[in-house]
Design a protein around this ligand. Structure first.
Ligand SMILES: *Cc1c(COP(=O)(O)O)cnc(C)c1O
Length: 433
């Protein structure tokens, strides 16, 4: 196996990686339930609970019998067909299901193969919408600092400029409008001075640049890869108000927050507001296959369709891949057939209790939990190899970034497994933080 890892290091880019100075990677032998089987480097293997759910995706665990069966059965029918001029039942049924479970005004669905592309499509819809309304100067997105929306160029342009290293791409990246990051904390009241100051600042920016702005785009309630940072529903309500006042569309990127992760099926429900466009991905297929969806209102769909061009100008090769649609249908049905909200609340309580001792450790700046997401923020950058190793020795796989050690475990974790994750993170932070 050492030979394999050497070949990997020579050949393969990993996420945000260097080929000149590759970071260590571990070989996966298998995965089942909430556990990964990893090579231990000495010819044996170690088991670890996947505290990352493979980056928010694997909500029902690996080799889930229901999802396995759905994909296998679709393989026996057909694995892929082009979506131009053809359609199929898995796509139609999944679109119906998504419209049914998402915020009420969203009625139409565009399927593509990754979250980033679904954000491209959302932005394209917003731009085509404004052109169709005769607002040709409205070509910019308004967002807030600290966000993450994907790695292709349009999504990258609305990621946090510092975390997203916009300086590397000066001249190649659309210059968007950035408001300040919402003040931290889900529970912050809407008469709180920090909220009021933020609201005043974003409102002024929207007012000043209204003629240039096509849409507001944010991750609702929880900024994910930008910093695992929850903010209050009042902020979302203000953004909805600004969009209505100035004729912007509101795009909510629910790629990380969708399918129950923050305690409601979609995070916008915390605020009681509806977006004009919503992006879903990650847990959409229960982590089985790459699929994302951009949903929009009938106003957006028909305005774009009746505008110049007469069509939404996008059509990926693997659009609405039938295997992925079948996995997604099975995943959503499985989720809704259980008390998922109760499960997420239980995980939330387990993470709160289990991570609480980390708050008093030296070098820990903050501990926060929202829904089935637990975060320990350190005072400085994480020593990634040491932290990963320290957690792995305690049977838990984590992938910290910047100053954050965090978990968004599969929903099928038992209370004991949640306790193990929280204890391993706390101990790893104590040892390597
Ligand atoms: C992961 C993520 C994306 C990008 O999705 P990919 O499938 O990696 O392209 C976009 N937005 C948010 C909020 C995400 O968490």
């Amino acid at each position: 196996m050492a030979g394999m890892l050497a070949r990997d290091a020579e050949l393969l880019w990993h996420p945000y990686s260097s080929l000149s100075d590759p970071s260590p990677v571990r070989m996966v032998r298998g995965a089942s339930g909430v556990r990964l089987q990893l090579d231990d480097g000495d010819g044996g293997s170690v088991e670890a609970i996947d505290a990352m759910a493979s980056w928010w995706c694997m909500i029902h665990g690996y080799r889930n019998p229901v999802l396995d069966a759905a994909v296998k059965s679709q393989v026996d029918d057909f694995s892929h067909v082009m979506f131009g001029g053809l359609t199929h039942e898995p796509a139609i049924r999944l679109a119906e299901r998504l419209v049914e479970i998402s915020p009420e005004p969203l009625r139409h669905v565009f399927f593509c193969d990754s979250g980033s592309v679904s954000v491209e499509v959302a932005i394209k819809l917003a731009l085509q919408y404004q052109v169709a309304r005769g607002n040709n100067g409205r070509t910019r997105m308004l967002t807030v600092r600290g966000g993450y929306h994907g790695d292709t160029f349009a999504p990258m342009s609305v990621c946090d400029p510092v975390n997203g290293m916009h300086s590397l791409f000066t001249g190649a990246l659309k210059e968007q409008v950035f408001g300040p990051q919402p003040p931290a904390g889900f529970d912050r009241p809407d008469d709180d001075p920090e909220f009021l100051a933020w609201a005043a600042s974003v409102s002024a920016l929207a007012e000043q640049l209204a003629g240039e702005i096509a849409a507001i785009i944010v991750e609702p309630i929880l900024q994910g890869a930008g910093g695992m940072y929850p903010y209050s529903p009042a902020c979302l309500r203000l953004l909805r108000e600004l969009a209505d006042r100035h004729g912007f569309l509101l795009i909510l990127d629910e790629i990380a927050t969708g399918f129950g992760r923050t305690g409601t099926l979609f995070a916008s429900e915390h605020a009681g507001i509806d977006p004009d466009i919503l992006c879903a991905g990650k847990a959409l297929t229960g982590g089985y296959l790459s699929l994302a969806a951009t949903l929009c209102t009938t106003d957006v769909a028909h305005t774009v369709s009746n505008g110049p061009g007469g069509a939404l100008m996008h059509g990926p090769t693997f659009m609405a891949n039938p295997l992925a649609c079948s996995a997604a249908l099975a995943s959503i049905d499985l989720l809704l057939s259980q008390d998922w909200a109760g499960r997420v609340a239980q995980i939330s309580a387990g993470l709160s209790a289990g991570l609480a001792p980390a708050a008093s450790l030296p070098g820990v700046k903050d501990v926060r939990v929202i829904g089935a997401v637990g975060v320990v923020q350190l005072g400085g950058p994480v020593d990634l190899p040491r932290m990963t190793e320290a957690a792995l020795r305690r049977g838990v796989w984590v992938r910290p970034f910047r100053d954050l050690v965090y978990t968004m475990p599969p929903y099928v974790c038992t209370d004991e497994e949640i306790a193990t994750i929280a204890a391993a993170i706390t101990a790893a932070v104590e040892e390597a933080g």
